[in-house]
Write a protein that binds this ligand. Structure first.
Ligand code: SAH
Ligand code: SF4
Length: 409
């Protein structure tokens, strides 16, 4: 049976003795159950676990506090016990680049002292300000196992999946850098939304990696991000983009409930096999069936189909008409993405008049089809340009990570 923790007497008797910082569990990335479990290990009783979980949650996710000392509604002795047993880690900022259009790209380095065999990983996160809104593009993996032929990330072998703490850590760190937590200060280059508007109003899982190949960690992180008592981002303002991991599309709707984007890019299986090779496993028919049955799909909650414009490859009028035919009956938006080149990339971006003609065909069929303005190309932050220098893990480190995060599909 759990005993009530008299924190002061624990400290006096020495049972609350500091653990080595290097093995202290990190609270960032834990949901309420996870925090409660950690508190249970300290021996707190049920009432106190409930109370402290709520307090810690609020300080971590609402106030963005990184130091237990600032948790002023928690008694000093309790704060001391917490800081002896837990950490609240933020990644190191290796670099911050600001584009002429206001887009920011951070290279964050995550280290996990509790798992010394895990080398640090470098993760790119991008912030895109627009009038009245700001979108954070978050990574789910370092590298990617898939190798879509037009994507720079796909040329980096998968280093590893990110943990929920590292995924939500990108949001917390960006909010901190953009002055989004209470008492924070906005960078004043005039491009970050001002006044009452939060700097980050939207999150897209469109950074490095395939989020549905890291389902459990992405799910935990997005449920934290959308928690009404936490960072409180509406699920309608969170979009998860997948290359087409059909096995997990239904679960995304049921268990996470965020908006879905599909990297379609081709309307025939032979071409899609080449551009998005996961198509060989889950061809268009299966993918579109999973979209038709996406939980929560309605005219108010449409699926976004992303379509990268590759000159002479997938940009003909016939392609546009086939796209319209394929999507018939699915509440959809079509997002045309001008191809962003990278060193050695084998494609060119379609000409603007071709993109416009393609967009017109799609528009006439009744679909909104905004052309995504390339952002941050000068700092190499645009769609599909992300890639870090981290290298694949040793077998031993990989095993250690799997023990930490549990097996995932
Ligand atoms: N792995 C996920 C999410 C990350 S990529 C996915 O594939 O959906 C985010 C979007 O950028 C995807 O639609 C992807 O296909 C697209 N993309 C990749 N490389 C690109 C490039 N060089 N130019 C334009 N878009 C690109
Ligand atoms: Fe991976 Fe997405 Fe790039 Fe394909 S487009 S290689 S799934 S990150």
């Amino acid at each position: 049976m759990a005993v009530s923790l008299d924190i002061q007497s624990q400290i006096n008797s020495g049972s609350g003795k500091p653990v080595s910082e290097s093995f202290a569990p990190d609270l960032i990335g834990l949901d309420r159950n996870g925090i409660a479990l950690e508190l249970e290990k300290l021996g707190l009783d049920a009432r106190e676990i409930r109370m402290r979980t709520g307090q810690l949650w609020n300080w971590i996710y609402v106030n963005g506090v990184t130091d237990f000392e600032r948790m002023t509604n928690i008694s000093k002795p309790a704060r001391e016990v917490f800081s002896n047993h837990f950490t609240l880690r933020r990644p190191e900022i290796v670099s911050e680049q600001v584009s002429t259009d206001g887009t920011r790209k951070w290279l964050f380095r995550f280290t996990d002292p509790a798992h010394p065999a895990l080398p640090p990983v470098d993760v790119e996160t991008v912030y895109i300000p627009e009038p009245g809104r700001g979108t954070l593009c978050v990574s789910s993996q370092v590298g990617c196992t898939l190798n879509c032929s037009f994507c720079h990330t796909g040329t980096q072998a998968l280093v590893r999946n990110l943990t929920a703490g590292e995924i939500i850590g990108q949001l917390l760190m960006a909010r901190q850098m953009l002055g989004d937590f209470p008492g924070g200060t906005r960078p004043d280059n005039g491009l970050v939304p001002g006044g009452e508007t939060r700097a980050i109003t939207n999150v897209v899982m469109m950074g490095m990696g395939e989020p549905l190949y890291n389902f459990e960690q992405v799910k935990t992180a997005l449920l934290i991000a959308s928690d009404g008592d936490g960072t409180s981002l509406s699920k309608r303002r969170i979009t998860l983009s997948t290359s087409g991991v059909v096995s997990h599309i239904g679960r995304t709707g049921d268990e996470i409930g965020v908006m879905l984007a599909i990297s379609l890019h081709a309307v025939r299986d032979d071409l899609r096999n080449e551009l998005v090779p996961i198509n060989k496993k889950w061809p268009l028919k299966d993918l579109l069936e999973a979209c038709r049955t996406y939980p929560g799909l309605s005219n108010a909650r449409r699926i976004t189909f992303e379509y990268v414009m590759l000159k002479g490859i997938n940009d003909s009028d016939a392609d546009a008409r086939e796209l319209v035919r394929l999507l018939a009956g699915i509440p959809a938006k079509i997002n045309l993405i001008p191809f962003n080149p990278w060193p050695g990339s084998p494609y060119e971006c379609s000409d603007w008049d071709r993109i416009e003609t393609f967009a017109d065909i799609v528009n006439h069929a009744g679909y909104a089809s905004p052309v995504r303005t390339p952002r941050g190309r000068d700092i190499f932050a645009a769609c599909g340009q992300l890639k870090s220098a981290s290298e694949r893990l040793t077998k031993r480190a990989q095993r250690e990570l799997e023990t930490k995060t549990g097996p995932d599909s």
